[in-house]
Design a protein around this ligand. Sequence first.
Ligand code: GLY
Length: 385
Amino acid sequence: MIKLSPEDKKYFEGLFEKIDKKMKKVAVRSYNKIPYTAVNGVHDDKNLVDIEWWTNGFWPGMMWIMYVQTGDEQYKKTATHGEDMIRKALHTNITGVGHDLGFMYDISAGVHYRLTGTRQAKADAMLAANVLAGRFNIKGGFIRAWNYREGGTDNSGWAIIDCLMNLPLLYRMSDFVHDERYTYIAKAHADKTMENHIRPDGSSKHIVSYDTKTGELIEDFGGQGYQLGSSWSRGQSWAIYGFVLSYIHTGDIKYLETAKKVAKYVIGCLEEEKDYLPLCDFRQPKEPVIYDSTAGACIASGLIEIASIVDEGEKAFYLEPAIKLIKAMTNKFVDFSEDTDPLLLYGTERYNTNKYHIPIIYGDYYYIEAIYKLIHEKRDDILFW
Ligand code: GLY
């Protein structure tokens, strides 16, 4: 549990009410879409072009959080309809799906099942978990990230920090079938990630490449960060949140210790910025100033999770930065207009791109999730992952 001051409690409750006013409209306007970003305030639609895209679970997932908080049936309808659309990525479009199955199906179908016990939702989550388990390299001890692309690099030994967020799907699968096999895979991958992605200073690499026959580390790549050796902020957020989730699901203290280690490093980076806004890479050049609000939102949500677990004396260390992050981003990055679709602006897919400072659906998702957790003072009524 965490405890907010009465002022903060009021502030975040008020914030959720504003989000709800906007989202009630968006849930209707984007009912037939699977949004990823927005152009001129209007959601795009991955359902039409890219149903296997890794972010497609965030829209239904976000609708479930809104439903849990408000009880408004429209949110449930939109969430369920979204799941009906993304189900085809598990069947006819399966060739395009990589390791992102937790992002796609744990926060959508998985949450749906946990809330309602619906058979179809459970079947989706179970199928997704099995596809994910199938990506495990037994000799290497890791889950392969992306698929081979004709003419592309051999990436059969590549694993990425993001995958930690997919592991809860496997932990939950073990519960479904009363069989630890899935947990063994998840833990093997988490251990390997701890060993090879996390640097001594608490920062995290994005992509590492393993020998597929021995699991030996070959090299690492800068990935979506500024460059090799830098510190891509969303990658750091995946590490914080991903490791604390592995702790929650397994009780293995080393995962909590690793989440705390990365969190301490990240809090130090945030403290260096006078406005507390999340940069895209904590080691990027001073100019241009590129932000990534999605990293900020995910870091906040992960920190709240840590704060809710640690001893009383440690809680404020993790909770206060989360609150500061959400407040700073609310002041600078959020669009509350009921006439536009996206909520959190200033997301950035990768450092080396010209597509920065755009709304991205998982930014909205983690922002809403973090505020939900704050107003509930993180009682363990529901864990979305
Ligand atoms: N999982 C890919 C990303 O964070 O952009």
